[in-house]
Design a protein around this ligand. Sequence first.
Ligand SMILES: [Zn+2]
Length: 332
Amino acid sequence: MILMNENDHRIYQEELAPRLPARIFDAHVHVFDKDFFPPGFEFAKLSVYNKFNGEFPVSLWHELMKELLPQQEVWLNCFSTPNLKLDRNRVPDLKGINGFTMVVVSPADSAEDVRKRVEATGSIGVKPYLNFAADFYGKKSNDVEVFDMVTPEQLEYLNEKSLAVTFHIPRSARFADPLNQRQMIALCEKYPNIKFIFAHIGRAYFMKNIRESNLAEFVQYPNAYFDTAMLNNPDILKYTYDHFPAERILFGTDAPIALLRGKSVEINNQYAYLMGENYAIGTSIIDTSGVVKFTTFFYEQLRAIIEATPEKDLENVLFNNSHKLFTGIKAL
Ligand SMILES: [Zn+2]
């Protein structure tokens, strides 16, 4: 066993296995090999990516899924990690594992570059990230806008080919930010063939943020989707189901980050990651003295999905929605 301890086994047997369907689709996984980066490249000292030696090959993902979900067949949609040093020509090779890939893109990439990478790898879409836009436009990362992250030329190409974009929205107010809200809607409206998957439910990890979002406005755009990566607060998921159709909610975890021990918690209209291991992600409070026995974020996310999702929608959110979406794009 690489990861699982006795307590994890008990959680799986008692809480998860009785409720999970036979197949799980994780729509948000970061897969990358050492050689996606230049020789000698190292992640920052407390980066979670050091947990698995600075790489997360698909074979390791596959092995870990057999540990964490021993009775399930697990599918994935994956992309590399959006680091400025990444060779963006490198896209995970799934080697026959059930799943789909996306190409990491920067506004520095021409639509032609993107097309070549998508076609060479059979990818179903792209994964932009705000650090590339900050770098390309010389902006502070907090000043990056949704519109900065993908260029109009890239969007035209993606729309023409009906591909998907997994979108990690920028700005400190996240889903509650009016500029984000307007630009997200504008994209859905202007590019009706692109499937926009807003990651982490618009990064609304605490209730005030989702209450101040324009979630319900997206209902009318059939090309708008949300993934649940790193969401382990059942109240946010319940709010999402109350205001948005479950058939466009995709279960995602953000592995390998989700494979660390920890839990995100809401604190006074904010949230923080309580970390059971000495790594930092976003706003982290690290339990250095090991006071609390944590399980993985992965299991905390499954617990929350099971608690929040209406029974009739559970298998759809955990598998069918993603399977249908990505298989549909691939078939085009
Ligand atoms: Zn991610």
